[in-house]
Design a protein around this ligand. Structure first.
Ligand code: AMP
Ligand code: MG
Length: 403
């Protein structure tokens, strides 16, 4: 039997095995939540020219100090216009928000702060130097690094990409994933289970977890606990996928055939069994560029192992420099005791404490088959190995169950 490794060790092995897929160019507007494959530099300064932040008058300070009133130059400068001639002494130029301002402008007086009389401009308030002027390059210089490769792009990152002219933009190809549930007892959710049968809940759950990560996984038909069927699954693996995710068949029972059949089909087993509760039988294999992640069949174990292992695998295959689910620190609302030496994850409800922090309450769970408790949880409390019992108020790390 293979050595049981820690979650930390398993994640390191996983990260090394999950090499980012190739880069591809996509239209910027299709790049939301994709991972950048190369740094993005700006080819322009920002702002690209001195510009007005308000509708108002471009003025020289001396011309609007107490008792002075410059005369208005005919016409106006709008956004998209050229800046016009340099401001002469005693002159004010009407400018719109976003307009390039004439050289020599020292402040903008907003239109609501002026009185116009006989072609002259009386400022009600004397402006400060530079007021309402956005100076060229005050936000960034041309050539500045805007986005680092490995970034998962947010809507505002797309705005930066647009500013920098990064359209199309180079991102990593999304991993191709297929999901196969195993177990002779399983029937489809649409069927009525016969004696000894139960409905497959892992298939819909795992494909939805992939979809929530932007990965359109294909769901294979359920695989029987039978050598030939399992062998076929591994023989075909890699044709259509970078990563095959299975559920069931990785424990120590007589019908837990997957690790052995994977090995026979040429997969190198990178780990099998991790010191984690739930989810100890989880396995990772590799054949060429194809990876196999074997999750346990119990529904809560399958979900916990998805968040702990499949999520970082998907992220790393996409080149994400911060793989894995978000984790938040929170205080326990009650005493909490853990048996055994394994790192433990427990369904929980996490909420803001109204004070900038968070509090977390462990759920009543009957075990790794208790889908009801799991479906109501929004986080998993992580208890390090050997922590024993923790009093109420103890800080703990919580893995956020993203929906
Ligand atoms: P296994 O890991 O194959 O030993 O399965 C452990 C438990 O999870 C058994 O009680 C199975 O019936 C159950 N199980 C396995 N696969 C699924 C599935 N796809 N949906 C729901 N329950 C499952
Ligand atoms: Mg099974």
């Amino acid at each position: 039997m293979a050595l049981v490794i820690s979650v930390q060790e398993a994640l390191e092995i996983l990260r090394r095995a999950c090499v980012a897929r190739d880069a591809e160019c996509v239209p910027l507007t299709s790049a939301l939540h994709r991972v950048l494959a190369r740094d993005v530099q700006s080819d322009v300064a920002w702002p690209p020219f001195d510009t007005s932040a308000m509708d108002g008058y471009a003025v020289r300070l001396a011309d609007v100090s107490a008792g002075e009133a410059p005369s208005e130059r005919p016409g106006l400068v709008a956004a998209g216009d050229r800046p016009g001639a340099r401001l002469s002494p005693g002159e004010a130029v009407r400018v719109m928000t976003g307009a390039p301002i004439p050289d020599g402008t020292e402040a903008i007086v907003p239109v609501e702060d002026v009185r116009r009389e006989n072609g002259r401009i009386f400022a009600r308030v004397v402006p400060r130097a530079g007021e309402h002027i956005r100076r060229r390059a005050e936000v960034l210089q041309a050539g500045a690094n805007l986005l680092a490769r490995g970034t998962r792009l947010s809507p505002s990152d797309l705005a930066l990409g647009a500013l920098a002219g990064a359209d199309p933009i180079e991102v990593h190809r999304r991993p191709r994933v297929s999901i196969a549930v195993t177990g002779s007892e399983l029937v489809a959710a649409s069927a009525r289970p016969g004696p000894g049968q139960l409905r497959d809940s892992n298939g819909p759950m795992l494909s939805a977890l992939c979809a929530a990560r932007g990965v359109d996984a294909s769901l294979r038909v359920a695989v029987e606990d039978e050598d030939g069927a399992v062998r076929r699954l591994f023989a075909e693996a890699g044709r259509d996928e970078d990563l095959l995710i299975t559920s069931g068949g990785v424990s120590a029972g007589d019908l837990d055939l997957l690790p052995e059949e994977a090995r026979r089909s040429g997969f190198e087993i990178l780990f099998h069994r991790v010191a984690v509760r739930p989810g100890k039988p989880v396995a990772l294999g590799r054949r060429g560029k194809t990876l196999w992640l074997g999750l346990p069949g119990n529904p809560v174990s399958a979900s916990v192992c998805f968040h702990l292992f499949a999520r970082p695998a998907l992220d790393s295959l996409e080149g994400d420099s911060h793989p894995g689910p978000p984790v938040r620190r929170a205080r326990l609302t009650c005493d909490f005791a853990v048996r055994g030496e394994r790192e433990t994850y427990r369904d929980a409800f996490l909420e803001d404490d109204g004070d900038g922090g968070a509090r977390v309450s462990p759920s009543e769970s009957r075990g790794s088959h208790d889908l009801l408790a799991h479906a109501r949880a929004n986080a998993l409390i992580r208890i390090p190995p050997g922590a024993g019992s923790l009093p109420a108020g103890s800080p703990v790390d919580c893995v956020i169950l993203e929906r």
